[in-house]
Write a protein that binds this ligand. Structure first.
Ligand code: FES
Length: 64
């Protein structure tokens, strides 16, 4: 799972999303977390096709 590429346009892997989330000080919600992950990894700045998968992964990781 860690090495699965989630955003193909930007080559962002599951582990990159996880790391980006850990680098955040405080995240109020999933939207906030998404913005942070996007700034760090540039995920979902291409075709946008990965948007839902990324949101799902973020909410999964936040609620773990
Ligand atoms: S797959 Fe992520 S922006 Fe295209």
């Amino acid at each position: 799972m860690e090495n699965i590429e989630i955003c193909h346009c930007m080559g962002v892997k599951y582990s990159d999303i996880e790391q980006a989330l850990h680098s955040a000080d405080k995240l109020s919600d999933v939207t906030d977390a998404f913005k942070h992950v996007q700034e760090v990894t540039s995920c979902s700045t291409g075709c946008g096709g990965c948007y839902n998968s990324i949101l799902e992964i973020i909410s999964e990781l936040l609620h773990r």
